[in-house]
Write a protein that binds this ligand. Structure first.
Ligand SMILES: [Zn+2]
Length: 225
């Protein structure tokens, strides 16, 4: 019946996104007592880790953003910069791109990409953080946006964004922040492990942990490469 044929050819587009994750980090100077308490909750008391700490860290899996779970995504992404990008912020994202490409798990290529391809837009914004007086500022935000087209010509793609808050350039225009926000864009969620680049408060970590790479591999399995 014609009607049935029509149904088979019907297509639908579903867009999934979560409000991009805001990232806080301690402000550099003049911390009030309240702020220090807040930071004490998040930051290690020492920057040197013992072997036993490293070992326990490896049991903390890096979580995956819920909207990315179970989706079949190509491991190739096209990335471009928003128009107002200062060169130093661009460089941080270029460094972050190189970090992820070095894993061999994802393949990030400069360019716009098409609607049917995975895309990442890098941007900057300027936002004063209301909690700055409590010792916390927002350093950036980023996240995936999943677009699913079903029916004829079905595809699933991620049109993600990753940004740095240039209101606080000393704190936000950093490779560690760019690596973290790009991690969100690719589908990684916050980790409780200090060795993860997805730890929610920036402490200068820009080297992907084994668990970070394993989480990436589970989003982008061998078959997608
Ligand atoms: Zn984050």
């Amino acid at each position: 019946m014609k009607r049935k044929h029509w149904l088979a050819w019907l297509t639908a587009i579903v867009v999934l996104f979560v409000p991009t994750t805001l990232d806080l980090k301690p402000a550099p100077v003049n911390l009030r007592a309240k702020g220090e308490q807040l930071i004490a909750k998040w930051l290690p008391t020492s920057t040197t880790q013992t072997k036993s700490q490293e070992k326990s860290d490896t049991s903390d899996k890096t979580p995956i953003e819920s909207i990315v779970q179970g989706k079949t995504l190509s491991n190739t992404y096209y990335y471009h910069f928003a128009a107002n990008m200062p060169s130093n912020a661009k460089q941080m994202f270029e460094d972050a791109v190189a970090t992820y490409n070095a894993t061999g798990v994802v393949h990030l290529v400069a360019g716009e990409g098409t609607a049917k391809e995975n895309r990442i837009t890098f941007f900057v914004y300027s936002k004063a953080t209301s909690t700055a007086s409590q010792g916390m500022i927002e350093s950036g935000h980023g996240g995936p946006k999943i677009i699913e087209r079903t029916g004829w010509g079905a595809y699933t793609v991620n049109h993600a964004r990753a940004g740095l808050n240039v209101k606080y350039p000393q704190m936000a225009i950093k490779k560690s922040v760019a690596v973290h926000e790009l991690g969100h864009a690719l589908g990684l969620d916050h980790s409780a492990s200090l060795s993860s680049v997805m730890y929610p408060v920036d402490h200068g970590r820009s080297v992907l942990s084994k668990m970070d790479i394993n989480a990436l591999k589970s989003i982008y399995p061998e078959s997608s490469r």
